[in-house]
Design a protein around this ligand. Structure first.
Ligand SMILES: Cc1cc2nc3c(=O)[nH]c(=O)nc-3n(C[C@H](O)[C@H](O)[C@H](O)COP(=O)(O)OP(=O)(O)OC[C@H]3O[C@@H](n4cnc5c(N)ncnc54)[C@H](O)[C@@H]3O)c2cc1C
Ligand SMILES: CC(C)=CCC/C(C)=C/CC/C(C)=C/CSC[C@H](N)C(=O)O
Length: 479
């Protein structure tokens, strides 16, 4: 690339979730110590990584599980001196509204026999399909470690997975798996329940997010001890970013005369903190929050051409944590103490008002656990709407306590899927478009890194580091 020019004076990042804080971390790495980085956050650092309290213990209420091959998240935990806890385990059953159509067994071999008995070798073939997608996806780590950036989500996905990956964005999971010869029974009883728990949607979502969601049902999943959101606050600290608690309302391009005397195009970021409206000027701005449905309430003033509105829809999901005793007889005729399942997933064919239900552990090992009444656990329910007391009592014999949080959780995936642009304007970048390929912590970290690299290379005119073809072949021989 060309000789780097002087770094920018000031960069703004809007949103302090994992997308915004990982952007700050990588921007600091690229631009060095002198640039001032401001992060605007209108609620809590962590965003969709957040916890809820039940009897003094914190439980993950948003993004909870991380894949063993999510290498950015893994690296953050290591570099920031955090610890991990296992996030999967316990037996899973699948309920169709009348009966359990599948129940895991605690004996590995019995489980295998059951799976083969019900579905032949489709479980194994499914693993291979997901592994193939994951293998290709992981090429992004090599590209990013060599500093390569992409100017659109489609170009990024094409660079890692070629036309096959664009095909996954443009077709439903149903079509893709039917074409690959998977049976209706397997799709309904194994795949659909996983889409429902992870993305609250049917198998008519796009196949790319379908593969990510299947990966979210792999073994070896983990979480951050103390809560996943701690990664965000630690990234913010490590980046030496300056947190501004406020809500950004406008962004406008303006010409400013800098101290050097040169008129320079800058972005004015106008924000509200309490009853005050303030503003500041930046060389580069990263938007690290969804702009869809005006969720973030940011208006782009006087841009020519105007910055388009993204009208794709975000799905509402409600997380409810309930401390109580499950009425297991709803699902199974087995005696209460013989139920044995810790997660109940549901098929798509029923008109149930829940998407899933499972026992959860606090984000920290309890030092002084309270004596628990036999059969009483903390359960997490995902549902499309807020649950009424009556609805909760359909599944519980009794409960002491319930807390809830309603999310604009993730996009509604409707293939063919077009992702919003990353470059909104000359030095104005959008991190969250990647969620339209798939929404997950690691996806936001990949997008945060990419936006930082893209901003850096465009600032320095390093066009040879953006949207390069044949990277896989080129980097194959390099260490
Ligand atoms: C219920 C649920 C379960 C999930 N489970 C998993 C999981 O198990 N594993 C996984 O990998 N992913 C999971 N996800 C997805 C994952 O949580 C998200 O993909 C990820 O956290 C998104 O991070 P982000 O930083 O891109 O966005 P966000 O976390 O939404 O961050 C955006 C931030 O911007 C702030 N903001 C918005 N507008 C403004 C404004 N105008 N001014 C200032 N600040 C503003 C918001 O307050 C927010 O903090 C789950 C999501 C949900 C909702
Ligand atoms: C990005 C890649 C390659 C893999 C990510 C796999 C992953 C961890 C997917 C999970 C996505 C998701 C939105 C899960 C929501 S619910 C999680 C959990 N089942 C729960 O009960 O909380």
């Amino acid at each position: 690339g060309a000789e780097p020019r002087a770094p920018p004076d000031k960069i703004a990042i809007i949103g302090a979730g994992i997308g915004g804080t990982s952007s700050a971390y990588y921007l600091r790495q690229k631009f060095g110590k002198d640039v001032k980085i401001d992060l605007f956050e209108r609620e809590e650092v962590g965003g969709r990584l957040a916890t809820l309290k039940v009897e003094g213990q914190d439980y993950e209420a948003g993004g909870s599980v991380i894949h063993p091959l999510n290498l950015h998240m893994k690296r953050f935990v290591k570099d920031l001196g955090l610890s991990t806890v296992p996030a999967s385990g316990g037996l899973v059953g699948v309920y169709n509204g009348e009966t359990l159509v599948f129940e895991e067994s605690s004996w590995f071999i019995i489980n295998m026999i059951k799976l083969v008995w019900h579905y032949g070798f489709q479980t194994l073939r499914m693993h291979m399909w997901v592994e193939d997608v994951l293998d290709k996806f992981m090429r992004i780590y090599r590209y990013q470690s060599h500093d390569y950036a992409f100017s659109s989500v489609e170009k990024l996905l094409h660079a890692v997975g070629g036309d096959d990956f664009l095909g996954l964005l443009n077709h439903t999971l149903r079509e893709t798996l039917q074409k690959a010869g998977f049976s209706e029974k397997f799709l309904n009883e194994m795949v659909a329940p996983i889409m429902k728990v992870n993305y609250g949607q049917s198998i008519d979502l796009s196949a790319f997010v379908g593969a990510v969601s299947m990966a979210g049902a792999d073994s070896g999943l983990w979480a951050v001890e103390g809560g996943n959101k701690v990664v965000c606050s630690r990234l913010l600290k490590a980046s030496k970013g300056n947190l501004i608690s406020g809500s950004v309302i406008f962004i406008e391009e303006r010409t400013r005369t800098k101290l050097t005397g040169n008129p320079t195009k800058m972005y004015e970021v106008v924000y509200q903190t309490g009853s005050e409206t303030l503003s500041d000027f930046y060389d580069i701005v990263l938007v690290a929050t969804p702009l869809n449905q005006n969720m973030s309430n940011i208006t782009f003033l006087n841009f020519d051409p105007p910055i388009e509105e993204f009208d794709q829809f975000y799905k509402q999901i409600v997380t409810t944590l309930i401390k109580g005793e499950l009425n297991s007889t709803v699902f199974s005729s087995r005696a209460k103490d013989k139920f044995g399942l810790s997660t109940v997933l549901v098929t798509d064919s029923s008109d149930l008002f829940i998407n899933s239900l499972g026992i959860v552990s606090p984000v920290r090992e309890e030092e002084h656990p309270l004596p628990s009444t036999a059969g009483t656990y903390v359960w997490k329910i995902f549902s499309p709407d807020v649950l009424s007391k009556r609805q909760i009592m359909q599944y519980f014999l009794s409960y002491d306590y319930a807390v809830k949080k309603t999310w604009h959780a993730y996009p509604l995936y409707k293939p063919p899927q077009k992702c919003p642009p990353i470059i909104l304007h000359d030095r104005l970048y959008y991190v969250n478009g990647i969620e339209f390929a798939a929404s997950a912590m690691e996806m936001s970290a990949v997008a945060g890194y990419n936006a930082a690299l893209l901003a850096y290379h465009r600032w320095n005119g390093n066009t040879d580091m953006i949207d390069q073809d044949g990277l896989y072949e080129k980097l194959k021989t390099e260490l």
